[in-house]
Each structure stands twice: as structure tokens, then as C-alpha cells.
Design a protein around this ligand. Structure first.
Ligand SMILES: [Zn+2]
Length: 103
């Protein structure tokens, strides 16, 4: 999924000053502790062919989607309902048995 660049500033190659384009980061780049603060760029000039990491101006923090928490809660709710139904059925069965046996 292509990410929107948060900084509209035109980035320049540190070697030749030509424009750069975003490229996909390597797995090694993503392992950095501050990986979110960096973007990998490649120089548009074929003769230069510079490629490297440039820092993004704003540190963008990716918020974890709340959907996962809601899903977990819904799953827990379903389990609770199932448990209550099971307990209710078992209890009902015991009561019926006691009635049948005349206890
Ligand atoms: Zn360059």
C-alpha cells in the first residue's frame, strides 16, 4: 500500500542535488529503532544513482487500529454467552432430573 508522504517538501539528492523518488525500504531499514522517522530515496539522475535514507521532518506515529480491540471484546462476549448457555442448560437438566426422580 503506498503511503502518502507527510512532507510535501521536495527532497534533494545529497550528492548531486537532483530530485529523488521514494523507494521501498529494505528489511534492514525497518529494523531500525526509529525506522518510522526515515524514508529510503533514490536519486532520479541515472549518472549519480545515489540511494539512501532521509529523515522525515515530522515523526509520524502509526496509531494501532481500535478494530482489533473491539473484535477481541466481541469474541469474549460470545464466549461468555456460550458459557452461560451451557451452564443454564446443565442446570436446567439437573433440575429436570430432580423433578423426574421426585427429589
Ligand atoms: Zn544524485
Amino acid at each position: 500500500m503506498p503511503e502518502a508522504d507527510p512532507t510535501p517538501i521536495l527532497r534533494r539528492c545529497p550528492d548531486c542535488g537532483s530530485g529523488v523518488k521514494r523507494v521501498l525500504r529494505s528489511a534492514n531499514d525497518k529494523r531500525r529503532w526509529d525506522a518510522d522517522a526515515w524514508r529510503r530515496y533514490r536519486c532520479r539522475d541515472d549518472r549519480c544513482n545515489w540511494q539512501g535514507l532521509l529523515r522525515v521532518a515530522r515523526h509520524r506515529r502509526r496509531a494501532s487500529p481500535p478494530a482489533s480491540g473491539v473484535a477481541a471484546l466481541a469474541r469474549m462476549g460470545r464466549i461468555t454467552v456460550l458459557l452461560l448457555m451451557t451452564v443454564g442448560l446443565a442446570w436446567g437438566g439437573i433440575v429436570a432430573l430432580q423433578l423426574m426422580l421426585g427429589l
